[in-house]
Design a protein around this ligand. Structure first.
Ligand code: TRP
Length: 439
């Protein structure tokens, strides 16, 4: 991305929402919710979004808007020292680790798109689809090929700087994805037994809320909203001057949450109608969705359209992830003896992403570990540091009020926001960490 701002306020929101809405909503949310008690998870998740998703989103936007820099320069510019530089390292580290497994799943989506095109799923029931996933996933060369494809596409977008095109494209395609999901939900709700799934997803059973559920919900909140690795700092830097940070944050959050809930409304009724387990993990949506699509009128067209849109939703997210690393490499090497320009940085980051992606495919344990390490540890840790940095460290040097002025928050709202950022966010994250350590 150039050092220019987005063409319009809607453009920024669409780009940020396009980065936020991705596999986290459609692939990860349903399977994590399925493993963690359905309704109980949904409730805790929504609380997480309100209690710290919102304040952190605002904070990342405003760090970017105020400093006009991406992660590497932003902490230094705001604090006036290099003491906080290591936070940007934590951010890129997280971005790289997420890319590793995210490209694997994006590869699955591309594989399913190609198979939808050739009508492979026709006549398969849920158990045949589960077996199909196992076979496809066991074919390593194929999986690696399909993983490399989105890496190349993402790198190409960053290389040619065609973000404007992507921005325009996602303005049309993201609403289309939502429309498609509404149609699918409508079809699913007509299936026999779908009401059991709705109960599973919407009935809050308090006894199912365990510390583990809270931890998973927190991680999912970071992952889905794209907070905790500075991705939104970069977007904040491109914010048009007059944009209201609060309004932008609310819109991104509402869109992101809506898509996640929609995914749940499609998956869970279908899970119970087809008699499969909601607790089968990462393969869940790849077993259920093709079966749902087979039930739609114009099944072939619906499948192709849906998986096509899913691939694009995934790509807008990988673009935002890779941009974090690319911008970091450019800025970090700029003053060194071997500065890397944008294109060299893209090559470097893409090559690294391919290596990580292959590791995730060959060693499933690394796939799981990458996910747990980021959603369960490095993202909350970064968020904790950001909340301390902006909530406690900056105000001392008088920068706090400047920051608040940047966001244009009304006095009252500003106070509530600051209270959440200083107290609620760090305390909840600390509690979850202490619990994780078994204390
Ligand atoms: N939020 C995206 C999703 O739900 C994933 C993602 C894209 C992301 N960019 C990010 C997560 C930056 C964390 C940080 O699929």
């Amino acid at each position: 991305m150039k050092k220019s701002s987005f063409s319009s306020k809607v453009g920024l929101i669409m780009a940020a929402a396009g980065g936020a809405v991705g596999l986290g909503n459609i692939w990860k949310f349903p399977y994590i919710a399925g493993e963690n008690g359905g309704g109980a998870f949904l409730l805790v998740y929504l609380l997480c979004v309100l209690l710290f998703g919102m304040p952190l989103l605002i904070t990342e936007f405003m760090i970017g808007k105020r400093s006009g820099k991406s992660t590497y320069g932003a902490f230094r510019a705001l604090s006036g020292t290099t003491h906080w530089q290591w936070m940007s390292w934590l951010c890129v580290f997280t971005a790289m680790v997420i890319m590793g497994f995210y490209f694997v799943v994006t590869g699955w989506c591309f594989n399913y798109l190609i198979e939808a095109l050739t009508n492979v799923f026709h006549g398969m029931d849920a158990s045949a689809l589960a077996e199909h996933f196992r076979v496809v996933n066991g074919n390593l060369p194929r999986m690696i090929g399909f993983g490399v494809l989105p890496v190349l596409l993402t790198a190409a977008v960053l290389w040619f700087d065609v973000n404007k095109g992507i921005e325009r494209l996602s303005k049309i395609l993201m609403p289309l994805l939502l429309l498609m999901m509404i149609l699918m939900a409508g079809r699913v709700l007509m299936l026999d037994g779908s009401n059991i799934g709705m109960q599973f997803f919407f009935q809050f059973d308090y006894t199912k809320i365990t510390p583990h559920v809270v931890m998973e919900a927190m991680g999912q909140c970071f992952f889905s909203l794209s907070i905790g690795l500075g991705a939104l700092i970069t977007y904040g830097a491109y914010m048009p001057k007059g944009q209201n940070v609060l309004a932008a944050s609310v819109q991104v959050i509402v869109l992101d949450t809506l898509v996640a809930i929609m995914a749940g409304v499609i998956i869970f009724p279908a899970v119970f109608a087809f008699g499969v387990s909601p607790e089968q993990g990462p393969q869940l949506v790849f077993v259920v969705l093709p079966a749902v699509l087979e039930q739609m009128s114009f099944a072939w067209l619906s499948s192709v359209l849906f998986f096509g849109l899913l691939c694009i939703a995934a790509l807008t997210s990988t673009i935002s992830l890779m941009e974090v690393a690319v911008a970091f490499v450019c800025e970090a090497t700029a003053a060194s003896r071997h500065p890397l320009n944008r294109r060299k940085s893209v090559c470097l980051v893409a090559a690294l992403a391919v290596v990580l992606m292959i590791l995730c495919i060959v060693f499933p344990a690394i796939f799981d570990l990458s996910d747990q390490l980021t959603a369960g540890f490095t993202m909350p840790l970064t968020a904790l540091c950001i909340s301390i940095f902006v909530g406690w460290v900056l105000p001392k040097s008088g920068a706090g009020s400047v920051l608040r002025n940047t966001t244009g928050l009304k006095r009252r709202v500003g106070q509530v926001y600051l209270f959440f950022l200083r107290w609620i966010v760090p305390l909840i994250i600390l509690m979850v960490f202490l619990n994780g350590l078994g204390l």
